[in-house]
Design a protein around this ligand. Structure first.
Ligand SMILES: Nc1nc2c(ncn2[C@@H]2O[C@H](COP(=O)(O)OP(=O)(O)OP(=O)(O)O)[C@@H](O)[C@H]2O)c(=O)[nH]1
Ligand SMILES: [Mg+2]
Length: 450
């Protein structure tokens, strides 16, 4: 393997920058460029940070700290040298240039982690978790990435794989003795086992909705009649003048989105156009988008103006949403707005003034509490990655075929084919089975230097 190098800190100027080298020549190349402050040769010691001067030929480049990690106890599993230099763009570029002139090459995006995977320092799902960790912007996203990286997730999948392997082995054993027409496992018992496995997989598939929302931000649609105060509520929630507010009904035409982290959970608040049937083509497009936002949301905040009576029309407005959305996995909150204005009666539930910003913290707390409870279900393991989700759906459908085959009493060899299919798809998640396509799509998510 050739030796690769890259700047691992973000591009631009910083206090310090870190340049990473990995491969068989890493130590030798680094030692060639480094000198002690007294001009002596530097011998890099394993797992030690050493202060040194870095030279390009005879010209001094920078004061650096070099840390050597001998194979296999390094991130990539190869010899790694990390050189911390001053964070000037010039120094970083010059250092890379010297390294390249001395026989290393610039790493491609994700190549360090790819090598770690190739050297079995981590499996594919853990490598993906590294990317998730780098991108995580909230406590929950961080927690999910860490648990996937630590391997709890991979262990869970390995258990599943082992159960499938055992099942396949049992049936294959029957094939070996097929002349004698032996059955090693009662068909009833097999059906039960497969049933239990598919339930488990189905739960994992279902957990993606929550897992993905927690990672990307849980979508919260803000809907209601024109002028109810939806845009005012968005602004109050994110404490910023994000959307235009005016007393002209129909101000918001398009959806306006803003993210915010509450109690460690990331939310995406989506302000929408007022719900009213209209002949105006733009307003009716806005209406369609509002409905779409509600359909894709996990939470729907239905905002109403409490200074006007809660009449039949208001119920009709809510039915715009409930008629068009599958409410099964959604949480609908009725938000009574404008409590600072004169009103007849004080309704039960969430009462706020978006304008005066009263009741906003309580509303946030209520939403976060529901989301947190949901995240805690599912025994801790959640699918957060769409690649895993796709693979798991294939596993589920293969198990469905196994069930059907057992049901109609097909012969073992046919049942085994579907079990093998399930195993194949499960294997793509952790990287037991890989294709170049999968690898390049996983590692292209990384930046250069990771
Ligand atoms: N008194 C009072 N006025 C409010 C409150 N919230 C919003 N308003 C006013 O109500 C009017 C409409 O507010 P918006 O936030 O633009 O309402 P909207 O629901 O986004 O309206 P559209 O975008 O037209 O659908 C503005 O004049 C706001 O200042 C409130 O809590 N109290
Ligand atoms: Mg608006």
């Amino acid at each position: 393997m050739d030796t690769i190098c890259a700047v691992s800190t973000p591009p631009g100027v910083g206090g310090v920058a870190l340049v990473r080298l990995s491969g068989g020549a890493a130590k030798e190349v680094a030692e060639k460029l480094l000198r002690t402050p007294h001009g002596k040769a530097v011998v890099l010691k394993d797992h030690k940070a050493q202060y040194a001067h870095l030279y390009d030929d005879r010209a001094f480049v920078d004061d650096v700290v070099a840390t050597f990690f001998a194979a296999p106890h390094s991130y990539t599993g190869e010899d790694v040298v990390e050189i911390s230099c001053h964070g000037s763009v010039y120094v970083q570029q010059r250092l890379l240039q010297v390294l390249i002139d001395n026989g290393t090459r610039l790493a491609e995006a994700g190549e360090f982690t790819l090598r770690a995977f190739m050297n079995r320092r981590l499996d594919l799902s853990q490598a993906e978790a590294v990317a998730d960790l780098i991108e995580s912007r909230s406590e929950t996203a961080h927690r999910l990435a860490v648990s996937q990286m630590r391997g709890g997730y991979a262990q869970e999948l390995e258990k599943l794989r082992q159960e499938l392997i055992d099942l396949a082995a049992l049936l294959e054993l029957e094939l070996d003795f097929s002349d004698e027409d032996l059955q090693f496992a009662s068909r009833e018992h097999l059906k039960d086992t497969v049933g239990a496995l598919s339930d488990k997989v189905a739960r994992l598939v279902a957990s993606f909705q929550t897992g993905n929302a927690l990672k990307e931000g849980i979508p919260v649609a803000i809907v209601g009649r024109p002028n109810a105060g939806k845009s005012s509520l968005l602004n109050a929630l994110v404490a910023e003048e994000r959307a235009i507010v005016s007393d002209i009904p129909g101000t918001t035409r398009d959806t306006v989105e803003e993210s915010m982290t509450i109690d460690g959970i990331r939310f995406r608040f989506i302000d929408t156009a007022g719900l009213r049937q209209s002949d105006d083509p733009i307003e009716s497009l806005g209406f369609d988008r509002a409905i779409k936002a509600a359909q894709q949301a996990r939470f729907i905040l239905f905002v109403r103006d409490m200074s006007v009576p809660f009449d039949e029309n208001a119920c009709e407005d809510i039915s715009y949403i409930t008629d068009r959305c599958d409410m099964k996995d959604k949480h609908l909150f009725i938000v009574h707005n404008k409590c600072d204005m004169p009103h007849n009666s004080t309704p039960q539930g969430i009462v706020i003034s978006a304008k005066q910003r009263t009741g906003i913290d309580e509303l946030k707390r209520d939403i976060a509490a529901v989301a947190r409870k949901e995240a805690g279900q599912n025994d801790g393991i959640l699918l957060t990655n769409s690649r895993h989700y796709e693979a798991m759906k294939h596993v589920l459908s293969a198990l469905g075929e196994v069930r059907k085959s057992l049901e109609v009493g097909l012969s073992s060899d046919l049942v085994v084919v579907d079990i093998r299919d399930a195993l194949y798809h499960l294997g793509t998640i952790t990287g037991k089975v890989t294709t170049d396509e999968v690898l390049s799509s996983v590692f292209s998510r990384f930046c250069i230097g990771k």
